[in-house]
Design a protein around this ligand. Structure first.
Ligand SMILES: NC(=O)c1ccc[n+]([C@@H]2O[C@H](COP(=O)([O-])OP(=O)(O)OC[C@H]3O[C@@H](n4cnc5c(N)ncnc54)[C@H](O)[C@@H]3O)[C@@H](O)[C@H]2O)c1
Length: 433
């Protein structure tokens, strides 16, 4: 593409996503992206962004709301604030004339999701919800295989999101998404990705959904009897896999300092080192015992989905896995596929033939950030904006993204009603009325 000027980007929220992930792309492809305005209440991060990306002080704002009071300052706004802030900021930005990179979830309220989709249509804006998995070489390869009919028609899918024990402790017990009232239910917050990717892979709409799940383990009554409030003071730390010292500072087997400074250490401190991490563990939420953190989101959940043609999906989210990543078994009329995003291996078993192992590691170079999804998603949106692409022409769009949010919230409704089956048709109709 003959692109003359970089797309101008305003970033709302300079946390882990806004600053550590997306802002960095302005350095990776400076010909495509220039950061022209930023908003963030944490002064240290606002100043760091201004210095790194040459943003003048009059275009640095303490909040997205202040930034949105100004005339349009960029072509696209990246909305990277917390879950319950997205809706109002996104609605205001669309009306102001911005295209959007909108962090998921759009909103825990399905009617607000529908409203963002409606506004995007009315104002003809591109709105990419950050369903990054669609952009990964791993899922693209799976989609290619399914669309090519390699295993015939998909009849059953079994999918697991292996959250991993320490990731659950970091994000959903101690961290930003521990309490539903402040953020979103786990099945939306973490698994709207899975709902989206399962609908995309099968290419079908959902008809019925039911779900069970609970907060099984990270509760006060499961704490060792001698557990302290903070891991730094805890005598039970040696045998506790959730010990924050092991997660953020030391190698869990050798006990030697590991010196890691990337995620999740950079959530605890802008410039993580032993001192700043120890301070965070002493003073902040990430050093608190996982059994005493006041969390309430589930640590395991199962979702059963009947798709429009009677095929079915069974999805499990679990904190209790030693490895992270997603695993799938897709069963079709002519064969099956077993795939593991952690290893990037896809095993294709066409009935009556030798199994073929596809090593996705050999299909692409860049697997940074969500298996290579982050960077490819941003690049697609920048290219779309630069070329004046029509909304709905990218790999994903707000219309498609809201379906995953409807499905997740219907599953949550079911979970809260003892697994009652929810008709997705009725769910959508209620939203529209
Ligand atoms: N797409 C993905 O795979 C993915 C992965 C992680 C997080 N997320 C989503 O991204 C969003 C941000 O997550 P994060 O990990 O960066 O969180 P974070 O807490 O690190 O970042 C949010 C930032 O917003 C700032 N903020 C708060 N109020 C603000 C306001 N009024 N105006 C501007 N900034 C404000 C906070 O100070 C913070 O720095 C969340 O909604 C999360 O669900 C998506």
């Amino acid at each position: 593409m003959n692109q003359t000027k970089p797309v101008r980007v305003a970033i709302a929220g300079l946390g882990s996503r806004g600053l550590d992930t997306y802002a960095a792309y302005a350095k990776i492809f400076p010909d495509k992206m220039r950061i022209t305005a930023v908003a963030e209440p944490r002064q240290e991060r606002l100043l760091a962004a201004a210095a790194a990306y040459d943003v003048p002080s009059d275009l640095c704002f303490a909040t997205a709301e202040e930034m949105l009071e100004c005339e349009k300052l960029a072509d696209v706004m990246f909305i990277c604030t917390q879950d319950r802030q997205h809706y109002a900021q996104a609605a205001a930005a669309i009306k102001k004339g911005y295209h959007l990179l909108l962090e998921k979830p759009v909103s825990p309220d399905n009617s607000e999701c529908a409203e963002i989709a409606r506004l995007a249509k009315e104002y003809k804006r591109l709105v990419t919800v950050c369903h990054v998995l669609r952009y990964t070489p791993f899922y693209r390869e799976l989609k290619r295989l399914l669309d090519a009919g390699t295993i015939g028609e998909v009849v059953t899918v079994q999918a697991i999101e292996n959250v991993q024990y320490w990731h659950q402790a970091h994000s959903f017990v101690r961290g930003n998404w521990a309490r539903e009232e402040e953020t979103s239910p786990m099945i939306l917050q973490k698994c709207c990705h899975d709902m989206d990717i399962l609908l995309w892979l099968t290419g079908k709409r959902s008809r019925y959904v039911s779900s069970y799940g609970s907060l099984f383990h990270f509760r006060p009554e499961n704490a060792p009897h001698n557990a302290a409030l903070r891991c730094l003071d805890c005598v039970a730390g040696d045998t506790c896999p959730y010990n924050a010292v092991k997660i953020y500072l030391t190698n869990e087997r050798t006990g030697v300092l590991h010196g890691k400074t990337d995620w999740p250490a950079n959530v605890l401190a802008l410039r993580p080192d032993e001192d700043s991490i120890r301070r965070a563990l002493r003073e902040g939420p990430y050093g608190i015992c996982v059994y005493k953190a006041g969390n309430d989101v589930v640590d395991h959940q199962v979702v059963n989905i009947e798709l429009e043609d009677g095929s079915t999906v069974n999805f499990t989210m679990s904190a209790f896995t030693s490895r992270g990543g997603r695993t799938l078994k897709i069963m079709g009329t002519m064969g099956d596929i077993q795939a593991d995003m952690e290893t990037n291996l896809i095993d294709v078993g066409v009935f009556g033939k030798e199994h073929e192992i596809i090593d996705v590691n050999k299909l692409a170079d860049d697997f940074s950030g969500h298996g290579g999804g982050d960077i490819r998603m941003v690049e697609e949106l920048l290219d779309q904006v630069a070329s004046g692409a029509e909304p709905g022409t990218g790999l994903t769009s707000i219309d498609r993204s809201v379906e995953s949010h409807y499905l997740a919230m219907a599953a949550e409704y079911s979970r809260l009603h003892h697994g009652q089956s929810v008709s997705m048709e009725e769910w959508r109709q209620r939203l529209m009325s």
